[in-house]
Ligand binder design. Structure first.
Ligand SMILES: C[S@@+](CC[C@H](N)C(=O)[O-])C[C@H]1O[C@@H](n2cnc3c(N)ncnc32)[C@H](O)[C@@H]1O
Length: 288
């Protein structure tokens, strides 16, 4: 578990308002830090359904949390498919649902997965390696204009057209360092951020359809929350946060976070990866 810290854990738990009974869901189990805290906070009678689209990491977390026995059900699934596992387990509603978006530090630090350009690895970036297309397939087969649009919209890259042009000229690219090198030459440094950062972020969102899954996941969670149940979402990207904010504002919710909640300075200094986290929470109103 070294190197992994669950982001905004006390805040997330406080907004979930755990009780010692009923069903709870962690839709993004990752290393299981939030899941375990939720299990402890809902003891002795609360039960937790945990999902993650990354089968390999979920298996490791399953081994670690075996001691919770029947109170925990872990299932390999995209959270957009929440209705399926809930139906199979006979769950009619959850008291609280947590979503902690993005990649986990296990995925990011695992050189093999291709999320990071700190080490050379195949350009993969799929959270679920059992399906979907890799980042290599996307950079090598997408037309230049589409690539530029993604770098601009999802990565906030101002030199998106130069970057897309350089990629198309130099492809096929198959490794993280090849892409990082092309980005470095095409975009150059602006400030301290490595020029490949925005390209990698954009590709990761595309490879995993992260924004599409989020919209579907929020709808799936809303459909399965009990009246008075709480949905807590931690996001790391302004586009994700905007989707969450708009979803809550569209109706059917009592918003518990009038302003978005950010990690404390102490957390950011202890865990720099938490610095872009934003938490929003809402309570499900009676429908109809
Ligand atoms: C930031 S990590 C979660 C860390 C976790 N809360 C902890 O305390 O260890 C996000 C996790 O969500 C998973 N994930 C991302 N998008 C998903 C989706 N659409 N469906 C299911 N899991 C997803 C990733 O595979 C990753 O393991």
């Amino acid at each position: 578990m070294s190197g992994h810290r669950s982001v905004m854990l006390p805040e997330a738990l406080a907004f979930l308002h755990p009780e010692p009974e009923g069903w709870w869901a962690d839709l993004t189990v990752g290393g299981g830090g939030h899941t375990e805290a939720l299990l402890q906070a809902t003891a002795p009678g609360g039960r937790v359904l945990g999902l993650d689209r990354d089968a390999e990491n979920l298996e490791k977390t399953r081994q670690r949390l075996l001691t919770y026995g029947e109170r925990l059900h872990l299932i390999h699934a995209n959270y957009s498919e929440l209705a399926g596992p809930a139906r199979e387990l006979g769950i009619s509603g959850f008291r609280g649902i947590l979503m902690d978006l993005g990649v986990s530090s296990f995925q990011f630090d695992d050189a093999d997965r291709g999320f990071s350009f700190q080490q050379d690895a195949p350009l993969d970036m799929r959270m679920d390696r059992s399906r979907g297309v890799t980042a290599a397939e996307i950079v090598n087969h997408t037309d230049e204009k589409q690539l530029a649009d993604w770098f601009y919209t999802y990565g906030g890259e101002r030199r998106s057209r130069q970057l897309a042009h350089a990629i198309v000229r130099q492809r096929p690219l198959s490794t993280t360092l090849q892409l990082a090198e092309v980005a470095k030459r095409a975009v150059g440094y602006s400030g301290k951020i490595h020029p490949a950062t925005r390209a990698f972020q954009a590709l990761r969102l595309v490879v995993n359809d992260e924004l599409g899954s989020l919209e579907q996941g929020l709808a799936a969670a809303a459909a399965l929350l009990e009246e008075g149940g709480r949905l807590v979402v931690i996001s790391f990207h302004s586009l994700e946060d905007r989707i969450v904010k708009q979803f809550f504002r569209a109706g059917g919710w009592e918003i518990l976070t009038r302003h978005v909640v950010r990690p404390t300075e102490a957390e950011v200094s202890e865990n720099p990866r938490s610095r872009s986290a934003r938490l929003r929470a809402a309570l499900r109103r009676r429908q109809g």
